[in-house]
Ligand binder design. Structure first.
Ligand code: RAM
Length: 509
C-alpha cells in the first residue's frame, strides 16, 4: 500500500461530533396492512422504571441514531444479589423488530443484525462499546434476581457532519423538497464517520460508488472537504499495478482491502469523484497529487474498449451498476467509462496534462460514434445488444449511455422517456441508480421532470416511513432485498442521500 497516500489520508481524518438523545418513550409494534412493511409503531407513552424477569419494552428514540448506548441500572427495594442479564435488539425500522432474527434467511452473515446479550454485575451506568444504528431499541429482561430499575437510555450520536455548516433552504421552498432534503441530509450525516461509510448498520465501509455520491452531495450540505480528501487518498493508497482499484476498503485495524474486488464502474467513479473534488474545491495540490492514480485507471479502462466500441471485462473484474436482478452490465458500464472519460479529459486539461486530455478527448469522440453505430437500435429506439451479453432493454443502459454522451438532444430525450415509460424495460431498484437517471434528465435540460422524479421516488420513501433513505427501494415491492431478506437491508444508506445535491444545485435557486 502506498505509504505517502496513507499518511495524507491519516492527516485528513475528520473531527467527530457528538450529540445526545435520551428517550423513555415506548412503542408497541403492531401489524398494519396499510403500512409498507406491514407493521406500525404505536406510541404507548412513557416507560415504567422497574422490571422483572421476562418483561420487555421497545424504546423509540424519535429519529434515526448512530452512536453508542448507555443506560442506568439500579436495584429497586432489594439488592440485586445476582447479575442482571438483558437482551437488546436494535432496529432502524419497526419492521426489523417485528421479526425474530433467528428467522433470517438471507445470504450475508446474520451477525450484522444488531442484537446483544448484556450481563451486568453491579448497579451502574452501563456503557455499551459497540456503535449501533437504530431508532427503536427492544430490551428484554432475561434474568434478574429482583425487580431492576432501567432508566436514562441515552444515545451518544457520532458523526463527522457539522450541522453548523448546513444552510437552510430558501424561505418558500416546496415543502416536499424541504422534507426530502432534511431526510437526505440526515442520511448523509449518519453515514459520515471517519470515512463516508456506505451504511452505519451494514457494511460500514468505504465504497467508491457510494463515496462519489456522498462527496458530491456533501459539497452542498456539510461541506466536509477534508473527509472527501481523506477518502480519495485512502483509495489512491490501494492502487495495484494493472488493476482496477478495489471497490471498497476497510479502515480498521488498519487500512485493508480484499483482493479481487476491482469493480470497473466503481473505479471510473473514483476518477469522477476526483474531478468533482477539484471542481468544487479548486484544490490543485490534492487533485495533482491523486491525479496519476486516476489517470492510470482511465488508461486501463481505455485499453479495455474494443474496436467496435464495446467494453471488455477481464477475469476477476466485475461491474456493479445496480442490484436489479439479472442486469446485463456491459452497455451501462461502457456509459460509466465514457462519462468519466469526459470529466477526466477536463481535469487533465486543467492540471496541464494536455497529452492525456487530447488522447481521451479523441478516444471519447471515436468511441461514442462506434457505440452509436453498433449498439443503438433505431427501430427499437434504444441501446441494446446480444453480442456480448443477453439482449436486455434496460433503463440503466439508456441512462448511462446518455450520461456518456453517446446520444444527445431530442433523440436522447425520447430514448430516456421511452425506457422509463415502457412496460418491458428493466428498471433501477437502488437509489444509487435512480440518481443517475435523474442526472441524465438534468443533463438533457429536463429539470422539471427530474424534480418530479425525485419527489415521486424519494418522496414516496418518506411517505412509507423512511427516517433516512434506504439502500434498496421499489415502491411496489416491500420484499426487495439484494440479500434475500429485507432485515439485512440498510435503512440509512450513503448512496441514497443525493436528492440534496439535485435540490440544492438545480431545483432551488
Ligand atoms: C453493497 C452496499 C454498497 C454498494 C455495494 C456495491 O454491499 O450496498 O453500498 O456500493 O453493494
Amino acid at each position: 500500500m502506498n505509504k505517502y497516500y496513507l499518511e495524507k489520508a491519516d492527516i485528513n481524518t475528520p473531527k467527530l461530533y457528538e450529540t445526545e438523545v435520551i428517550s423513555d418513550n415506548i412503542v408497541d409494534i403492531v401489524p398494519d396492512e396499510t403500512a409498507f412493511f406491514g407493521v406500525r409503531a404505536v406510541p404507548l407513552g412513557k416507560n415504567k422504571e422497574a422490571f422483572v424477569t421476562g418483561e420487555k419494552f421497545i424504546l423509540d428514540f424519535g429519529d434515526h441514531c448512530v452512536g453508542t448506548l448507555s443506560f442506568r441500572l439500579r436495584h429497586e427495594a432489594r439488592y440485586l444479589d445476582a447479575p442482571v442479564r438483558l437482551k437488546l435488539r436494535f432496529g432502524e425500522t419497526a419492521y426489523e423488530l417485528s421479526r425474530d432474527f433467528s428467522t433470517y434467511h438471507g445470504g450475508l452473515c446474520p451477525s450484522w443484525l444488531q442484537e446483544d446479550i448484556v450481563t451486568v454485575d453491579f448497579p451502574e451506568i452501563v456503557h455499551l462499546v459497540r456503535r449501533y444504528c437504530f431508532r427503536y431499541l427492544e430490551v428484554t429482561v432475561i434474568n434478574t434476581p429482583n425487580a431492576v430499575r432501567l432508566t436514562d437510555f441515552t444515545v451518544t450520536g457520532i458523526s463527522s457532519a457539522n450541522y453548523a455548516n448546513l444552510e437552510p433552504l430558501p424561505h418558500g421552498t416546496d415543502p416536499e423538497l424541504v422534507a426530502i432534503d432534511r431526510v437526505a441530509a440526515k442520511t448523509l450525516a449518519d453515514c459520515m464517520q471517519t470515512a463516508y461509510e456506505d451504511g452505519p448498520k451494514r457494511d460500514r465501509r468505504l465504497w467508491t460508488g457510494d463515496l462519489r455520491l456522498q462527496a458530491l452531495t456533501d459539497y452542498y450540505l456539510f461541506k466536509n472537504d477534508r473527509l472527501a480528501r481523506r477518502c480519495l487518498y485512502l483509495f489512491a493508497a490501494c492502487e495495484e499495478e494493472g488493476k482496477y482499484l478495489p471497490g471498497c476498503l476497510y479502515q480498521k485495524p488498519s487500512v485493508f482491502f480484499d483482493d479481487g474486488m476491482g469493480i470497473c464502474d466503481y473505479a471510473m467513479l473514483f476518477c469522477s469523484a476526483l474531478c468533482d473534488y477539484y471542481e468544487h474545491t479548486g484544490d490543485t495540490a490534492t487533485a495533482s497529487d491523486i491525479y496519476p492514480v486516476a489517470q492510470r485507471q482511465m488508461d486501463l479502462a481505455c485499453s479495455c474498449i474494443r474496436e467496435d466500441g464495446s467494453l471488455r471485462f477481464l477475469d476477476g473484474w466485475f461491474s456493479f451498476i445496480d442490484w436489479a436482478p439479472d442486469i446485463q452490465r456491459m452497455l451501462p458500464c461502457l456509459g460509466v467509462v465514457l462519462y468519466s472519460m469526459e470529466k477526466m479529459a477536463c481535469l487533465a486539461r486543467a492540471l496541464g496534462d494536455t497529452e492525456h486530455a487530447d488522447v481521451w478527448s479523441t478516444k471519447l469522440a471515436d468511441t461514442r460514434e462506434k457505440v452509436y453505430a453498433n449498439f443503438f437500435d433505431k427501430t427499437e429506439n434504444c441501446f441494446i445488444t446480444d453480442k456480448y451479453e443477453k439482449r436486455q432493454y434496460s433503463v440503466q443502459a439508456q441512462a448511462w449511455l446518455i450520461l456518456g454522451g453517446v446520444i444527445t438532444g431530442d433523440e436522447a430525450v425520447s430514448v430516456l422517456r421511452g425506457c422509463l415509460s415502457s412496460e418491458e424495460s428493466l428498471k433501477p431498484v437502488t437509489p444509487y441508480m435512480h440518481h443517475y437517471v435523474v442526472d441524465a434528465m438534468v443533463k438533457l435540460g429536463l429539470t422539471d421532470e427530474a424534480k418530479d422524479y425525485v419527489k415521486s421516488y424519494w418522496g414516496s420513501m418518506i411517505k412509507n416511513g423512511a427516517d433516512t433513505f434506504w439502500e434498496a427501494y421499489d415502491p411496489k415491492n416491500p420484499e426487495l432485498s439484494p440479500y434475500s431478506d429485507v432485515i439485512m437491508n440498510s435503512f440509512c444508506h450513503a448512496w441514497s442521500c443525493s436528492p440534496s445535491y439535485f435540490i440544492r444545485r438545480y431545483f432551488v435557486k
